[in-house]
Structures are given as structure tokens and as C-alpha cells.
Design a protein around this ligand. Sequence first.
Ligand SMILES: Cc1ncc(COP(=O)(O)O)c(C=O)c1O
Length: 397
Amino acid sequence: MTHVLADKMKKELSLLQPSDILKFDQETSSIPGIIKLTLGEPDFNTPEHIKEAGKKSIDANRSHYAPSAGTPGLRRAISRFLETKYKLRYNPDTQLLVTTGATEAIFASLTSIINPGDKILIPTPIFPLYIPIALLNGAEPVFMDTSDNGFVLSPEILAQALNKHGKAVKAIIFNFPTNPTGVTYRRSEIEALAGVLKKHDIFVICDEIYSELTYGEPHVSMAEYLPDQTILINGASKSHAMTGWRIGFLAGPEEVMRKMGTVHQFMITSATTMAQDAAQEAFENGMNDGTQMRAEYEKRRDFVYQKMTEMGFSCPKPEGAFYLFAKIPEGFPQKSIDFCVDLARNAKVAVIPGDSFGPGSAGRIRISYAASMDVLKEAMRRIEHYVTEKKQRSVQA
Ligand SMILES: Cc1ncc(COP(=O)(O)O)c(C=O)c1O
């Protein structure tokens, strides 16, 4: 009986696979002494003043439902944060929705705009979450491989895809600074892409969750150039080391946000009230909390980048987020899952197989350097030992 009912479930579910990243992370967790550079999770704790705001909120019995769009205080704080940091102007009363992490923002936005059969353009390699959500809603993902262009989508590839797929395209998804490559888009690149996108009547879903973690130029938002088309996704998870509080947000044109707000309401009613109070403190009085964390990530980036390239793993130097996307050198298993399993078993370091991130990812691995310098030093020492041993063995063979 259960089996028969399982067969009657939503047909798109058969297209979905469990997250490769979580699966690999769980599999390698059982190896004794393993160092995991797998998950995209800040190793810093939430800053004290934010924790205090959360505690005060609990003590003040802020344990009731919040307005579905988010508490007015948090929405005002987000609006000011976006204006101060990225020159974006959003009316806190009508253009912002507070979500349960960026994850819910992704789910609510795609669910609100997709009709079955719509095409969604996705530059790859990219954080994989958008793909199952698009599929679940009956959309067809159209991948644009950016690996030949330094992992940056060029206006030419974009224009080609838009011309080829025409009116069937409902939206394009961007994520920058990019998980898994660490690449980000410069002002001139955003300007050029916006020039192409402006001519098309499509949504531009822009996940800028790593916007506070850039190591060169400050972040430029796509919404600065395309305010009428962009659905902006961001949140407190990475900027303020608040992954467990689950606070994200959506920003966009008024009418779009009004309709999206109904989907968001049916999904979760409202984000957790005390977490919203803590996030208000983060965006209001901790606007620059990220600065110190960013400086620390930058040191780690420099260290890991130098070590990995010295060992023969080529990769773009990350300009944002906290990932390194490295090519497996010749002489090692080129299938990324095989390499990662071998590395986990023999070097006791877990990294994510590149294939999880779509076309352009083959033969690569993603290393998360959101770990302490001591952990990273030991991980690099182990990988170096593994690489040297393998090379010596292949010379002897
Ligand atoms: C690009 C990107 N978007 C969204 C998320 C999820 O963010 P949140 O924890 O706020 O749901 C992640 C998490 O790793 C991410 O890398």
C-alpha cells in the first residue's frame, strides 16, 4: 500500500536527487580523525551584541507570530543596510520580505514565478539548490557553462541563450560572489550583462548572500542596474555568521513582492520572531561586523590558494565567498567523486566533488576555507603528503 501511494506522489519528485554535498559530508563524517572542508558554514560564532539582542527578545516574550513580511524594525534595518552598502533603495513597507534563510527566499521566489514548461537560465558551475526547486515547479533548467570564460558569464553567451530560447525563458539566476568558484562580477561586467537583460522581459533572480565577503572591490548588486527586474536574495547567514538563526530576505518591485508575499505566507507564516530581533541588531548596529571576519577569511584564502597551487591544483584566485574551486592535477583520478573518496580515505581530508555544481565542474573539487587557520594548516599538510606519496608511487611504477 505504502509503495502504491509513493508512486502517486508529485511526478517531478522522480527528477530530484538528495543533495550530493550533504550525502558526501555524511559519508565522510564516519572516517576517524577526518578534517572536513565541505560545508559552506562560517566557523565564527554570531557576534555577542547580536546574541544579546536575541536573548533580550526571548526575555521580552517576543514569542508570538511576527507580521508575515517580517517585523517592521528588521525591514527598516535591512532597507538602510542595502542603501548604505549597495546604493539600493527599497521601501521597507512594500518591497521587502523576511524569509527563513536565503533557502526559503529561493524556494518562494522560484515557486512564485514558474509555470510548468518555463525555462530558467542558470550559469554554471553554481550552488545546486536552484536546480531541484526549478524542476519541482515543472521548469526546464538551461545551463550556460562559464568554465571557458574564467567562470564569469559573458554577455555574448547570455545573448545567445536568450535568443535561442526566446519567450520560453522566465528567469535567469545569478549567484555572486559565487559558490563554488569564489569568482565575483565587477561593475563593468554587471553593467554589460544588465545591458543585455534589459532588452528582455524576464526576472533576474540574484542570490547575493556572500555580498559582504569580497576581497577586492566592494560588492556591486545587480539590482543597482536592474531594479525593475531583479529579485534580490540575501540574508544574515554569511555576513553575520548567523546560519542557524535562519534569517534571509527578498527584495524586489512592489507588485512582485506583494504576490510573492502570499506564497511566503502560505509556506511559513513568518520567520522566527526572536531571530528577526537578533537580525535587526545585526543589520542596524553590526553593519560592519563582517569586516573582521572578511580579513580573517582573506588570510585563509591566501594561504590555501598558495598551498593548493604549489601542489599543482590550478584554480581561479577567489575574490569572494569562502571557497576554492580547484582542478585535479593529472596523474590523479579525474572523476571528482573518485578523487574525493580517495583523498578522504587516505589523507583524511574531505572536500566536495566538483560534479555537484553542474556543467563546467568536471575534474574539480570545492574546498571550503571557512575553518580555523590551524585546521587549514593541518589539512594542507595532509594533502601535501598525499600528493607527494602518489607522485613518488607513480615514478616507481
Ligand atoms: C549561494 C548560496 N545561497 C544560499 C545559501 C543558503 O543560505 P541560508 O543558510 O541563508 O539559507 C547558501 C548556503 O551555503 C549558498 O551558498
